[in-house]
Design a protein around this ligand. Structure first.
Ligand code: FAD
Length: 432
């Protein structure tokens, strides 16, 4: 799979960004910590380390925002897409599983706290996140899931059929889970705000500097870039789904999933009041997920995946707005403002991971499409590993990095999975 190369891809976020970032100084010779990858994970780790007094350099292959952190849809969702609290406990045990659940479920609060602490202007809204159930069985599952999260002290509750109809204007749902800590933001402005915060705390964020290789050197690391080498006491690899240069050892441990996003032109106030009276972002339980949120100007943002890659951007753009119009009973198909795409990284068990790369070297990955809230915790945990000199005992599972066999073929499997999911949805709605 070729990772996203298009520089300056036209996205809603590039069109509406309010915070410019000008890259800092040239590559220094030395630093306490070098971080490869300037997405949410790398910049969050950098911010914590710089605040702890470390000299930190973040090296970013392209311009900030040309990874998933600048291409996502800006839904801040503090839970796992495909893992339930009991499944996490069953897999990791009460102590480690419980610690991971507590970490993940406080991810949205951590993000909004950082935004307040650093004064980041990024259209941050925390009205809660809605997860409507498309079938009675899904409603039953969400009712139990809400109970699990509430038992862990989280502000999560189940909404009955009529309540979710009032929240979405949609009569098809059987109920919904509401997590009051979720919300939305402008991802590129948040990313830029994080980079500016890193620099304010004394770190450096250097764009257009791909790391081609990393090697252990005694207790420390040497990283190689086209601009020269840098020696550091510790290395963090935060390159997500990418597989080029030094990123290959991490990216090939996950399945890349290409996702398309669409923003419409702003919609009218009466429709906003009907489909999103409290401006809560929505992501339902169907396998062929239906999602929508509003941006600050009331554009509708939604997304989807293509079963077949050919002509996918144009095809998906048309299909996603048509679906918005149909599902939300809009008076007409809204005009499209922009369609863009990015690659999310899925781990085989849908849980995030830390990997040791050697002495004082760590990698973190696995946000599984719910990365915004999770990167707040993954980045902090990576920083904690550097500060402690060990990843043992941290709440994110620590695994040996294993390349996925036949990694280049995984997009084909993802397409097959999507076709199956669409058939499953069609089948389950015809049964209910
Ligand atoms: C289209 C799309 C929509 C999504 N929507 C949502 C959403 O609404 N809500 C949500 O929670 N999550 C969403 N996600 C997931 C979320 O965006 C990611 O999980 C999150 O941004 C991951 O952050 P990251 O920093 O780990 O990775 P990235 O943002 O991908 O950052 C990795 C960085 O490493 C850099 N890099 C790679 N190789 C090198 C190298 N060799 N040298 C130097 N730099 C390198 C890349 O350029 C990139 O900037 C979405 C993902 C996609 C693709």
């Amino acid at each position: 799979m070729t990772m996203p190369k298009a520089p300056n891809q036209d996205t809603l976020w590039r069109r509406t960004a309010r915070t410019p970032f000008v890259t800092s100084a040239d590559l220094p010779d030395r630093a306490d910590v070098v971080i490869v990858g300037g997405g949410f994970t790398g910049l969050t780790a950098a911010r914590h380390l710089a605040r702890a007094g470390k000299s930190v350099v973040v090296l970013e292959r392209a311009a900030l925002g040309e990874g998933a952190s600048g291409q996502n849809a800006g839904f801040v969702v503090p839970n796992f897409a495909l893992m339930d609290p009991p499944a996490v406990i069953a897999k990791l045990g009460e102590d480690r599983g419980g610690a991971l659940l507590d970490l993940v479920s406080t991810g949205a609060d951590a993000i909004y706290q950082t935004i307040r602490d650093e004064g980041i202007t990024c259209d941050a809204e925390q009205p809660g996140w809605l997860n409507p159930a498309a079938t009675p069985a899904a409603a039953q599952l969400l009712r139990q899931r809400a109970d699990h999260w509430r038992a862990r002290g989280r502000p999560v509750r189940f909404l009955e059929k009529e309540e979710i109809r009032q929240q979405t204007g949609m009569a098809i749902y059987e109920g919904a889970l509401l997590d009051e800590s979720g919300g939305t933001l402008h991802p590129l402005d948040y990313l830029t705000g994080l980079a500016l915060a890193v620099e304010r705390h004394g770190g450096k964020v250097i764009e257009h500097t791909p790391v081609t290789a990393t090697r252990q050197d005694g207790d420390g690391w040497v990283v190689t870039t086209p601009a020269g080498q840098l020696r550091a006491g510790a290395l963090l690899l935060c390159t997500n789904a990418f597989t080029e240069g030094a990123a290959g050892k991490l990216g090939r441990t996950t399945v890349p999933l290409r996702v398309y996003q669409v923003a419409t032109k702003p919609i009218d106030a009466a429709t906003v009041a009907r489909i999103s009276p409290d401006r809560r972002p929505v992501g339902d339980t169907r396998k062929n997920l239906f999602t929508y949120r509003l941006d600050r100007d009331n554009r509708l943002i939604s997304g989807g995946m293509a079963a077949l890659p050919w002509g996918a951007k144009a095809r998906l753009g048309t299909a996603i707005v048509a679906r918005l119009a149909q599902e939300l009973s809009l008076p007409e198909v809204p005009e499209t403002e922009v369609v863009w795409t990015g690659v999310a990284a899925l781990t085989p068990d849908f849980l995030p991971r830390l990997h040791s790369l050697g002495r004082n070297g760590y990698a973190g990955i696995g946000c599984n499409g719910r990365g915004i809230a999770l990167t707040a915790q993954l980045g902090r945990t990576l920083a904690d590993a550097v500060l402690a000199g060990s990843a043992e005992g941290l709440p994110i599972p620590h695994r040996t990095a294993r390349r996925i066999p036949l990694h280049g073929l995984t997009p084909v499997a993802a397409s097959a999975g999507l076709i199956k999911a669409r058939l499953t949805d069609a089948f389950s709605s015809s049964k209910d």
